[in-house]
Design a binder for this molecule. Structure first.
Ligand code: 5GP
Length: 215
């Protein structure tokens, strides 16, 4: 938990909760991966889900995969910041290490839908930064979903339906990025994160620094 012990006092800051939402296939997962690889001050908030793993998904890395009994137990023990039904499965954000991490200057990345975003924002407006990724078109979105090839035609149709409804919540976000080109979109997301880290109210070390400066 000594995350920012290496920083000079004046650079100390509170961490933030960086939410990336988009319809599936709009590039959110790719952008998340690029961000996590590029920046060691941000780590992924790994969600808990009752959905079965897709090929290649690793328990504890992409999700914590649990059964309904375990999910119910976590609800009962108030282990979730928020949870929601999506495509007939349940998904939730475990509180775990997030609260302590934020205090230590650790940032967390959330790959969650609009319902989760609303709930997180209601719980903690100050720490939340909400970014929505849009596909350049719905045709392109369908192409990307088909290229993924792990889902049946019926599932793709239901994801397209779901995409329309997810997109209708675009105005509940602080920032919107159209993912026409993945590298460009990633660059924009990185700039948003950089600017948000410099918000005055997150820079807890500044109080002492300015006091010193003026004395
Ligand atoms: P997928 O099954 O494709 O991994 O995710 C389906 C949807 O569930 C995505 O829109 C994703 O953002 C959302 N989701 C994933 N984890 C959570 C979570 O912890 N809470 C909420 N509310 N949504 C989540």
């Amino acid at each position: 938990m000594a995350h920012h012990d290496h920083l000079p006092d004046h650079l100390r800051r509170r961490g933030l909760m960086f939410i990336l939402s988009s319809p599936s296939g709009a590039g959110k997962t790719t952008i998340s991966r690029m961000l996590l690889a590029d920046d060691d001050e941000i780590s992924l908030s790994v969600s808990v889900t009752t959905r079965p793993p897709r090929p290649g998904e690793v328990d504890g890395v992409h999700y914590h995969f649990v059964d309904h009994v375990e999910f119910d137990r976590m609800i009962a023990e108030d282990d979730f910041y928020e949870w929601a039904h999506v495509f007939g499965h349940r998904y939730g954000t475990p509180k775990g290490r997030i609260r302590a991490g934020l205090k230590e200057g650790q940032d967390f990345l959330f790959d969650i839908d609009w319902q989760g975003t609303q709930q997180l924002y209601q719980k903690d407006q100050q720490d939340v930064v909400r970014v929505f990724i849009l596909p350049p078109s719905l045709d392109e979105l369908r192409n990307r979903l088909m290229a993924r090839a792990s889902d049946s035609e019926a599932v793709i149709d239901s994801r397209m339906e779901r995409a329309r409804s997810e997109i209708s919540h675009w105005d509940g976000y602080d920032y919107v990025v159209i993912n026409d080109d993945i590298d460009e979109a990633f660059g924009k997301v990185r700039e948003i994160l950089a600017a948000e880290r410099m918000r005055r109210q997150r820079q807890t070390g500044l109080i002492g620094f300015v006091r010193e400066l003026m004395s």
